[in-house]
Design a protein around this ligand. Structure first.
Ligand code: FRU
Length: 524
């Protein structure tokens, strides 16, 4: 990445037949009228979730990187605040994290007024004395995260490297000693680098992890945290996440994860796939945070209530990020996802679900209401089902496979009888014979703004107790699919007409049974 001219403001895209504001999400955060990319500094503090984000305060394409800021009590309704940490003539402010320095170890606050400390990457501009270098810097806030002061001694950690970035910091409590740990990347070397500190200012190298598994692009935005194993009281493991762009399993940006142990010095994965060329088959053996095209730069909230790990991703892909047809804003965050580990025959795997506070805020009717639809066996047919006139929905569907080669759902479809392509929509299909789930957005509305955009993604999926249960969240410009009890997720941007709210179920090449279908409109 190179620092852009501060006058970069971007263009307003023209979308035939659609108002760009029609794509503004109901349930996902987007900036009011500017560009955003990675979530930064995610922290729960003072009763609010704070979301900082890579932001161009002057336009709606990437550039002038600064930290924007928004807060939310429920992770659904967000309030945008003034820019928190701006770029200046010396540096662009790249991704990083925030910690609450409760014991004022940094001395940047007082014991009565401990600081929030942001650790971010300074992408130095020419003439700042660190030309072409990315190094880690500090800013602090004494008012709960709204106003920030850059530390006079920046940068606090440099390797004189052009690609050392995206620090995630956490407090590590080991046997006998506790300290701050920083994980960051040497992006082009496919290394996660670990450091420790007692005061957030002086850092000592601990270890490196990598290269491992997917290395078809730069490594960015790592995270490292312990996670309990579901249904095994007292059992836990560490999860290392690292984002990769390009080189994801379905093209472009994506995030991979490793499950293993962290002893305060080194992260050791339980297993990695032996090194070799990143061919398609091998890519599918790795652990992926999401198999869709639009879930990147994901990191977890620090200090989330009840010790939960809640992940947020940037819902976009560097292959076309600057071209998506929205204005004056561009890009949104994913829905938040609560993480757990599940023991499977293939070892511990990450499972994701939308957190309870999001469900309560957005889908309060879910538990009470069951959509009255005739559940039935589908035989080589596409059948429309009654759906609320809403773009933001949660759809729960259970299918039992029969002889059909493929069955599933079409969401955000054009209303029957409408002037749009009646077959249009976003297709979520299961092919039991191939053991895959697919997400097809080739007929999902506007796909023409980038040749890299139209796509059909696939992920390995298995039946549980003989059935395939899907939970799908739709919004104005997104479809997020959770399958196999959250072990498999696929997230895609889509740009259909606002009127495209139809839902249908289908089976092709034989029969399949829909044994449960529940459609819940979001309340905002
Ligand atoms: C990931 C990324 C980070 C960097 C930031 C710059 O999307 O490239 O590595 O810090 O975006 O905006």
């Amino acid at each position: 990445m190179t620092a852009l001219d501060p006058t970069v403001t971007g263009s307003t895209p023209t979308v035939p037949g659609a108002s760009p504001e029609a794509f503004r999400p109901e349930l996902h955060f987007a900036a009011r009228d500017t560009w955003l990319n990675d979530p930064n500094g995610l922290i729960y503090h003072g009763g609010l979730f704070h979301l900082y984000f890579q932001n161009n305060p002057f336009g709606n394409v990437w550039g002038n990187m600064s930290w924007g800021h928004a807060t939310s009590a429920d992770l659904v309704t967000w309030r945008e605040h003034p820019v928190a940490i701006p770029c200046d003539e010396r540096e662009d402010v790249f991704s990083g994290s925030v910690v609450f320095d409760a014991h004022n170890t940094s001395g940047l606050g007082t014991s009565d007024q401990p600081p929030l400390v942001a650790v971010y990457t300074s992408a130095f501009r020419n003439g700042a004395g660190h030309d072409g270098i990315q190094a880690q810097s500090i800013a602090f806030s004494l008012d709960g995260g709204y106003r920030w002061t850059k530390h006079a001694g920046n940068p606090v950690l440099s390797r004189a490297s052009p690609d050392f970035r995206d620090p995630k910091v956490f407090w590590y409590s080991g046997e006998g000693s506790s300290y701050w740990v920083l994980v960051a990347v040497e992006a082009t070397q496919h290394l996660v680098v670990l450091y420790r500190s007692d005061d957030l200012l002086a850092w000592e190298h601990l270890s490196d992890f990598g290269p491992a598994n997917a290395t078809g692009g730069v490594w960015e935005c790592p995270d490292l945290f312990p996670l309990p194993v579901r249904d095994e009281p007292g059992a836990s493991a560490w999860v290392l996440t690292v984002n990769l762009s390009p080189g994801g399993p379905n093209g472009g940006s994506a995030g991979q994860y490793f499950v293993g142990d962290f002893d305060g010095v080194s992260f050791t994965p339980h297993s990695t796939v032996p090194p070799g060329p990143d061919d398609g088959a091998r890519l599918r053996e790795y652990g992926w945070l999401d198999w869709g095209r639009d879930f990147y730069a994901a990191v977890a909230f620090t200090d989330a209530p009840d010790d939960r790990r809640i992940l947020l991703g940037w819902m976009n892909n560097w292959e076309y990020a600057n071209e998506i047809p929205t204005s004056p804003w561009r890009s949104a965050m994913s829905l938040p996802r609560e993480l757990s580990l599940v023991r499977t025959a293939a070892g511990l795997r990450l499972a994701q679900r939308v957190p309870a506070e999001v469900e309560r805020a957005a889908f309060p009717a879910f538990a009470a209401e069951r959509t009255p639809v005739d559940l039935d066996v589908l035989v080589d047919e596409v059948r429309a089902v009654p759906a609320p006139d809403s773009v933001a929905m949660r759809i729960d569907a259970t299918f039992r496979p029969g002889s059909a080669t493929e069955f599933g759902l079409v969401v955000r479809g054009a209303a029957l009888g409408g002037s749009d392509d009646a077959a249009g929509g976003t297709r979520i299909g299961i092919r039991p014979g191939e053991g895959v789930i697919l997400l097809d957005r080739t007929r999902s509305g506007d796909t023409g703004f980038s040749a890299a955009f139209p796509s059909v993604e696939t992920a390995p999926v298995a039946a549980l107790d003989g059935a395939y249960r899907l939970t799908v969240y739709t919004d104005r410009c997104s479809v997020e699919v959770f399958a196999e009890d959250g072990l498999v997720t696929l997230t895609d941007l889509v740009f259909p007409a606002e009127s495209a709210t139809a839902i249908s179920v289908y089976a092709s090449g034989g029969d399949a049974e829909v044994t449960d279908l529940r459609i819940t409109a979001a309340i905002r």
